[in-house]
Design a protein around this ligand. Structure first.
Ligand code: SAM
Length: 274
């Protein structure tokens, strides 16, 4: 018997016109649409006149539902997985299902489409050759700070999803962990009526967000410039000490102190600072 396929289908992150022709074709043709929230997706599917059967598959039941989905696909049916918005599995349910499908040898086809992280990054003006998608930071203050501190020397552009009610606390944590001068970009309400991009140092963006309560509403992607490249392969501990010292003493002095402590070239450390 011919097996079916699991399709991963992105849906719009705001502007309904961002659904692709292929997504509509697949959603119309499948036997079942597995949706994170059937009521929420029902509105979208209604809008496009799609009447395929809906199943609720969310983070609390997807492990159990995976078995039933795989069985249906092995029987020849095709199933589309959608989330509330954007690309399923990207800070959304779907990983256990896709993993189980791959382990069972069930065909998985992903359609390209809307994703807030990629859309925001492409408009940010930050380097896109290397980026690290970090999803949501912890809502707990200490865990959030520790996670950011661990990224201090990461040179790739950092991309986070953040809730509007936490943005000011998160910017304060970014300032503490990565320094107030680190360049950040917030992409907000992307593809929607009040789409905005705020850019500047952490301090500048903190001021802009604090001064305008609209900037504390809606959906947002926080992007942070990576740490300066470590061209001279300076060991992580030396960099940490250098980062501490450079705010206390002049750059030349900081470079000299760290160089003598770690037996490194002061000139390399100085170039790194500036
Ligand atoms: N799977 C989705 C995707 O592909 O982008 C992300 C789902 S995650 C649960 C929702 C988060 O994505 C929001 O809290 C926000 O950080 C970000 N997001 C979603 N839509 C957005 C938009 N239109 N503008 C800015 N950020 C958005």
């Amino acid at each position: 018997m011919k097996t079916g396929t699991l399709y991963i289908v992105p849906t719009p992150i705001g502007n309904l016109n961002d659904i692709t022709l292929r997504a509509l074709e697949v959603l119309r043709s499948v036997d079942v649409i597995a949706a994170e929230d059937t009521r929420h997706s029902g509105v979208l599917l209604n809008h496009f006149g799609i009447e395929s059967t809906l199943w609720a598959v969310h983070e609390h039941n997807e492990r159990q539902k995976s078995e039933a989905i795989i069985q249906r696909i092995q029987e020849g049916q095709s199933i589309a997985l959608i989330s509330d918005a954007g690309t399923p599995l990207i800070s959304d349910p779907g990983y256990p299902l896709v993993n189980a499908c791959r382990n069972a040898g069930v065909p998985v086809v992903a359609l390209p489409g809307a994703c807030a992280a990629i859309t925001a990054l492409s408009a940010s003006g930050l380097p896109t050759d290397r980026f690290l998608f970090c999803g949501f930071l912890s809502p707990k203050q200490q865990a959030r700070l520790t996670a950011l501190q661990a990224l201090e020397d990461e040179t790739a552009t950092l991309v986070f999803y953040e809730a509007p009610r936490r943005i000011l606390d998160t910017l304060a944590a970014v300032s503490e962990a990565l320094g107030p001068e680190r360049y950040v970009v917030i992409g907000r309400e992307i593809t929607k009526q009040f789409e905005t991009y705020l850019t500047g140092t952490v301090t500048e963006v903190q001021e802009k967000v604090a001064a305008d309560t609209n900037q504390q509403r809606g959906e947002m992607v926080l992007m942070i410039a990576g740490a300066p490249a470590n061209e001279h392969n300076i060991p992580a501990e030396a960099l940490q000490l250098l980062n501490l010292l450079k705010s206390e003493v002049p750059p030349k002095k900081a470079a000299k102190l760290v160089a003598s402590h770690y037996n490194l070239r002061a000139n390399d450390l100085y170039k790194h600072i500036i």
